[in-house]
Design a protein around this ligand. Structure first.
Ligand code: SF4
Length: 186
């Protein structure tokens, strides 16, 4: 189901107040998934197995894909941040908080326009000081924002499909966010 034109205009007007660099609207069936991304999480990410917002807590790649494909469409966007040294992981990660804030703001815009949403972004959830995973259910399932890669989504391919730049230059960090949306009133 396509998003109505007036709702799209409202959303794009509100977005103009946010530091979004590029964005695109995509069909959920065009989101590129791969189980290979999941092995990178498992082998390289310290958050693997520590949060409901990361694998395996988010479910299998197939389950994540099925969850995504139940939405009407996806809004993909980027924000950027300048760093003095792109190889400095600590400096790069310190810029992530701003992107997460923008992701929450965009999710709120879609909700104001009466959309049910699933937001995905660049980090594992940090709402609680200690995640309830795995002993208790997530404390804020409506607020937590899982990691894009943790869902098994191939970000370079997503960039290619949407025409969004994957990289924006030497010392510029490019962060991706996704808002999957579904009309509440259909
Ligand atoms: S909201 Fe709390 S319990 Fe849920 S994923 Fe985030 S940190 Fe974990």
């Amino acid at each position: 189901m396509k998003i109505q034109k007036d709702r799209k205009i409202n959303i794009e007007e509100k977005l103009s107040e946010l530091p979004v660099v590029q964005y695109a609207w995509l069909a959920c069936s065009d989101i590129p998934f791969s189980a290979r991304v999941r092995s990178i999480c498992r082998e390289e990410c310290p958050r693997y197995g520590t949060s409901w917002a990361c694998p395996p807590g988010v479910g299998s790649v197939e389950a994540c894909q099925k969850r995504c494909e139940a939405y009407d469409g996806v809004f993909v966007f980027t924000t950027v941040a300048e760093v003095t040294d792109a190889a400095n992981m600590e400096e790069m990660l310190a810029t992530r908080g701003e992107h997460e804030m923008v992701t929450r703001q965009i999710r709120d815009i879609f909700q104001e326009e009466a959309f049910e949403t699933l937001a995905l972004s660049g980090e594992s959830c940090a709402i609680c000081q200690t995640c309830a995973y795995p002993d208790e259910p997530c404390r804020c399932p409506d607020q937590m924002i899982p990691c894009i890669e943790g869902y098994g989504i191939v970000v370079p391919l997503l960039a290619e499909k949407t025409g969004i730049e994957f990289m924006n230059g030497g010392n510029i960090v490019t962060w991706f966010g996704m808002i999957l949306y579904k009309c509440q009133d259909k």
